[in-house]
Design a protein around this ligand. Structure first.
Ligand SMILES: N[C@@H]1[C@@H](O)[C@H](O)[C@@H](COP(=O)(O)O)O[C@@H]1O
Length: 266
């Protein structure tokens, strides 16, 4: 795990966005795994800015979102499809036909999950997967106790997650307690994974993910098994890490190495 600790949320968004921009500029038909929640919004803003400044083009990009509420169709203002359109897709040159979000309105959600998995495989697999993290360590909607080998499936949300996400729903409005989410096994197959977290309320989850045992109690800890997982966090989210100084030291050494490699003659 590469753990990058930056001063604030704006720096986290910029750093994360640059990974995606570099990826697309290296491979124009990249397959991106995308995430919702409030944390990625600033990263999406950076991508929109870069697209509008012609620094990156999404014309040949394909995307797969992590998850969706079961029971909401894509026109529902709280659906993750709607969120992605509003926060990113409507503002960049991506072909929306190449953007996939699990169908929250599927008549048969079990079949829909299998089809979603097949679609990811047919696309060649995800090149870079963006992730946020829930306060309880969930990724996508893989709540504690999720199998670390799980595939895309229907998951029940915990009371904590329903409460955390209630802020987006109007009082009395139907709020789903079920979701369709990529599994942890699905996420681990992405060639690269970038997890962003900001703010003190994520500090426990970040500590458990990076320094705790690999366990279904903290689903994000499965990323310890990923060969190329980058955790980009601000000082507040890093505040409970025992080895924060070590990670900063490694990062500064890593940057010197990158600089050295960049200056090597071809
Ligand atoms: N399914 C999403 C997750 O993918 C996201 O990581 C989490 C944290 O969201 P936020 O970034 O708003 O804290 O919220 C939801 O539960």
């Amino acid at each position: 795990m590469q753990i990058v600790i930056l001063k604030d949320a704006a720096a986290v968004a910029e750093y994360g966005a640059q990974i995606f921009i570099d990826q697309i500029n290296r491979k124009s038909d990249s397959v991106l795994g995308l995430a919702t929640g409030s944390t990625p919004v600033a990263l999406y803003q950076e991508l929109i800015k870069a697209n509008q400044a012609n620094k990156v083009s999404f014309k040949q990009v394909t995307s797969f979102n992590l998850d969706e509420y079961l029971g909401l169709d894509g026109d529902h203002a709280q659906s993750y499809r709607f969120f992605m359109n509003e926060q990113l897709f409507n503002h960049v040159d991506i072909d929306k036909n190449n953007t996939f979000v699990p169908p929250g309105d599927a008549q048969n959600p079990i079949t829909a999950c299998k089809m979603y998995e097949n679609k990811i495989s047919q696309s060649g697999g995800v090149d870079v997967q963006l992730l946020g993290i829930g306060r309880n360590g969930h990724i996508g909607f893989n709540e504690p106790s999720s199998s670390l080998a799980s595939r895309t499936r229907v998951k029940t949300l915990t009371k904590e997650t329903v409460e955390d996400n209630a802020r987006f729903f109007a009082e009395g409005e139907f709020q789903p307690h079920l979701s369709i989410t990529m599994g942890i096994g699905t996420i681990l197959e992405a060639k690269k994974v970038v997890l962003l977290a900001t703010g003190e309320n994520k500090a426990d989850a970040i500590r458990d993910m990076c320094e705790g045992a690999v366990s279904a109690v903290c689903p994000a800890s499965a990323l310890q098994f990923h060969q190329d997982a980058v955790v980009v966090i601000d000082e507040a989210a890093a505040s409970k890490l025992v080895n924060a100084e070590l990670y900063k030291h490694i990062e500064s050494e890593n940057q010197k190495l990158q600089q050295y490699l960049a200056e090597l003659p071809n």
